[in-house]
Ligand binder design. Sequence first.
Ligand code: ZN
Length: 325
Amino acid sequence: MSNFGEPQTVDEREVAVRRREVIPDDASFALCLTHDVDRPFKTYQAPYYALRDRDLSQIGDLLPGRNPYWSFDLIRSIESDLGVRSAFYFLDEESLFTDRPRYELLNPTAWSRYAGRYDVTDPRIAEVIRDLDDGGWEIGLHGSYNSYRDEAALRAQKRQLESVLGRPVCGVRQHHLNLSIPETWEHHAAVGLAYDASLGSSTAYGFQHGYGLRRPFDDAFVVFPLTAMELSLPIDTEPERAWDACEELLAEAHENAAVMTVLWHPRFFCADTPEHAPIYRRLIERAQEMGAWVGPPRDLYERLDHPTGECADRCRCSNGAISPE
Ligand SMILES: [Zn+2]
């Protein structure tokens, strides 16, 4: 432990600055919770798994009234129980059947990418979006597969989501973490998004991109590096080892006053993958025991002091209210 007045190392100084300038409420570190809403409906996956696993019960998941991938209520109840909120990023993907070239109907990759799409204006989705927003959850944009290099598409998707939400969205994560640096971030800033959460890996967890936030343009546009996606942890095969990895990340976050951002896809909060929800819950509980601030990236973003004194281009946030472009 270093006493006041003793010389500090560069690392110690960085930790002290981050604790003061980035971490809210004198907390020890920040844990940002995020969910990418890729496929809220189990559609083409059910016949696929039934054939692969010779499990006809999977077909039952297609019956009306049964939808195991609809996990919004479970996630909401876990988080409400623990007094925290998270961000849900909604996707407005192109349709394999109406937007993509016909030859892609013969391509299995195209099926997995575009056939499971949903529509953010679908009344069931629109209702969830508004309910989550009303309850204090963050609604963000999950940029479609090609939008990381297509500013016009990204702008259209943002508008579509905002038309459902009834107010501007602040943050984005690109589908598949697609990112072309710095072009994708330039597009994000240009369409009025205040932060990006796409910098990370689906196969490796850790603080490869540092412990803090990034400001690629030295202005109010901020990047939240992704510390862990659930897919990078052996949750289904070795849940104890997955939990040990989570604890190590929390300890490292604590030691460095880090902003730790995690991604749990809603489809893993279902009966096919029973180990996920308990580990997610335990992660939040443990962070709270360690004195962490826990919440969605937007809530942390809104409490930062920005170098330019205001938020990113045309997206001014103050006290939770974001005014339109
Ligand atoms: Zn995605």
